[in-house]
Write a protein that binds this ligand. Structure first.
Ligand code: FES
Length: 520
């Protein structure tokens, strides 16, 4: 049996009976409006076995996992497996563009791919993101490919209860537009980035320890940025995209390096080999030790493609206000739940060929879209009119725009409004209903006892973000840090630092209880 790493989040598995590829991303055009590129470059690999695999398994719709241009080049006999999601974007796009058989797999249900391999998708049970962990039982043990799924305890526990995890493939580097696009001073961006990187590294280490897996294979990032506008981000302390080498240094300090395989695109994963030997050799490669030189030359190879793609974007010829009304007003009107949760005005500050400022007012059920007349707003997105046109033409999703980091953002107050991001990400009334159902069913009655600086507290156990288990969180500077994505809650009053959220927390060793606060 052979297991190879294809770069980014892609794995090639071949047994005597079957060949499988996960999340192939090989396009020289990169992803997200040609902002993200594979790091290290994997486009020189021999793609013949990948194109002719029996199965290609896609975890989710992000373009660094769902590379439609590459998929258009695969063998028509290759079967494509996707998880079943509420949103049909992935299925519809495949059906409209390819003739290959598409298999939609239900979450938590095992499929036999051959006599020696099974596959089981574990779809994120929080409907904020469509994402999925891919589990393969193979003759070389069970591969659990979490890739970039923000896995919550409940889903991970299900995997642990149903499989003996041998090889854990997981993302360690960030994949978000915060703080890069925000109008913060440099120092603030650098502090946020440092905090995010540390939190992510610790979370992955803890998850690996808790998984009981034999091997850790970091994957699914970081991307690199090869266009002129974003190139310096590769070297900036504002970046939340640390390299494999930086993560390996961290793992050494954590005593986990002797279980970690740092693999290069095309590298074979052989659990019987000495991972330290492989990893130490790989982190000495030019990609890490002379990153600027490596990326300068990579940038030169992609320059023409990036220029071609960006200059092909079509400009609108007139105001897009009416089209914005058609797009947004039915969505805003469809969900009282989201209107209440977002509760404010979003300003679209559109630049470029047709510049205009458009307000989306979430306090209004009807007539929610109009030209800006100096009203207050809580969130501003500034981007080019060509990108708005793409969104209104339904050729670009909000998620793709946000991940492209081809925009600037301002928020006032500087608090994460998750409801707004979910609203944009789904842009679909049915998905809003499913999300509302999930949110209103959340059970926060479970608590745990926390002892801190000689005092005792009864604390809400599950994080309001995505049900992370706060009893497993770290205590830093008088705050509980959620082990999942680092939301930070003050022990004093339960308020979340920098997010519009809070948890219930109560002093229990004194008559004088800390007031408990609501979770919304
Ligand atoms: S579950 Fe995401 S930060 Fe807690």
């Amino acid at each position: 049996m052979t297991i190879k790493f294809n770069g980014h989040a892609s794995i090639y598995i071949k047994t005597e009976n079957v060949s499988i590829v996960t999340d192939p991303w090989f396009s020289k055009e990169g992803a997200f409006l040609s902002t993200w590129f594979q790091f290290p470059d994997n486009t020189q690999l021999d793609l013949t076995p990948i194109r002719n695999a029996d199965y290609i398994v896609l975890s989710h719709e992000h373009q660094d996992h769902f590379d439609l241009n590459f998929l258009k080049t695969i063998n028509p006999k290759t079967k494509i497996i996707i998880p079943k999601y509420t949103d049909s974007y992935l299925y519809d796009t495949l059906r409209d563009n390819l003739k290959n058989e598409i298999i939609v797999a239900n979450s938590l249900q095992k499929i036999r791919l051959s006599q020696d391999v099974t596959f089981c998708p574990v779809v994120q049970s929080v409907p904020i993101w469509d994402d999925c962990t891919l589990v393969f039982e193979t003759p070389e043990g069970t591969i659990v490919d979490v890739n970039d799924m923000k896995i919550i305890n409940k889903d991970f526990e299900w995997i642990r209860n149903n499989f003996k995890i041998n090889h854990l493939f997981i993302q360690f580097s960030g994949a978000n537009w915060h703080p890069v696009v925000y109008d913060y001073p440099h120092q603030r961006k650098a502090e946020i980035a440092k905090h995010k990187i540390e939190t992510k590294f610790h979370n992955v280490a803890e998850l690996f320890r808790g998984s009981g897996a034999d091997n850790l294979i970091p994957c699914a990032g970081p991307p690199c940025f090869l266009d002129d506008e974003h190139f310096e981000l590769n070297f900036s302390d504002e970046s939340i995209f640390p390299t494999q080498a930086a993560f390996y240094e961290f793992l050494k300090k954590e005593g986990l390096a002797d279980k970690t395989f740092i693999l290069m695109p095309g590298g074979t994963f052989d659990p019987s080999q000495d991972c330290k030997l492989i990893s130490e050799k790989n982190v000495q490669r030019e990609e890490f030790t002379n990153r600027r030189q490596y990326l300068e030359s990579y940038k030169a190879r992609r320059k023409d493609i990036i220029n071609k793609n960006l200059s092909a974007l079509e400009s609108p010829t007139r105001s897009q206000l009416d089209r914005c009304k058609e797009y947004f007003e039915p969505l805003v009107g469809s969900s009282q739940y989201f209107r209440k949760k977002i509760n404010g005005r979003l300003l679209l500050d559109i630049t470029g060929a047709v510049s205009e400022k458009i307000i989306i007012d979430f306090s209004k059920e009807k007539d929610s879209v109009k030209l800006f007349e100096n009203e207050n707003f809580f969130y501003k997105l500034e981007f080019d009119s060509r990108l708005l046109k793409l969104i209104l033409d339904r050729k670009l999703t909000w998620e793709q725009l946000l991940l492209s980091i081809r925009f600037k953002a301002t928020r006032n107050p500087d608090i994460y409004n998750e409801a707004l991001i979910v609203f944009l990400r789904f842009a679909d009334a049915n998905s809003y209903k499913a999300y509302e159902l999930y949110e209103t069913r959340k059970d926060f009655s479970d608590t745990f006892l926390l002892e801190h600086e000689g005092k005792k507290y009864e604390v809400q156990r599950y994080c309001p973000h995505a049900m992370g288990d706060l009893s497993k969180g770290r205590i830093i500077d008088g705050c509980i840090v959620c082990p999942n994505h680092g939301w930070t809650f003050s022990i004093k009053d339960g308020q979340c630092v920098s997010k519009n959220s809070s948890i219930k927390i109560k002093r229990v060793d004194t008559e004088e209880a800390v007031p408990s606060v609501s979770t919304q």
